[in-house]
Design a protein around this ligand. Structure first.
Ligand SMILES: *Cc1c(COP(=O)(O)O)cnc(C)c1O
Length: 134
């Protein structure tokens, strides 16, 4: 809460954080930001959007690098931005058009290919991670 300034218009989070692997208290961050009317975005790449439900924890904008878990074959450069409401889409959606960003049909096809095995790969990843961690 102490980090919010009068001109703060967005709180950007990444949990776990790259490099530090710090796991943030997302609901507490959301509560502090929303109390000031500030939306919260989360880089949810590490959970593949599967192991952490950003929207259930109050996040307004959830983004993911689809390059890794979703792609699954190291041949894709793609990302996603998802929002929790029509109102948030109105704020964020036009940015993509304004900046001229778009996803190619080929990249979307590769992402769809990766999604077919995502569940199996995540299961294996979680089992291996827990075996190493425990
Ligand atoms: C890799 C990564 C990104 C960026 O991915 P690209 O390879 O540039 O698509 C963003 N956030 C996190 C947490 C990542 O691990």
């Amino acid at each position: 809460e102490g980090l919010l300034r009068p001109n703060t218009t967005l709180v950007w989070t990444e949990s776990p954080g790259s490099v530090t692997m710090e796991v943030q208290d997302v609901p507490a961050i959301v509560a502090a930001a929303h109390a000031r009317g500030v939306p919260v975005a989360l880089d949810n790449t590490y959970t593949a959007g599967v192991y952490f439900d950003a929207f259930a924890h109050g996040v307004d904008i959830s983004m993911q690098a689809l390059t890794k878990y979703v792609g699954g074959h190291s041949d894709l450069l793609l990302g996603s931005v998802s929002v929790n409401s029509e109102a948030m889409f109105e704020r964020v959606g036009s940015v993509f058009a304004d900046l001229g960003m778009g996803a190619s049909p080929d990249d979307c096809s590769l992402a769809l290919r990766g999604l077919q095995t995502l569940a199996l790969r995540l299961e294996r990843l979680q089992a291996s991670t827990l075996a190493v961690a425990v």
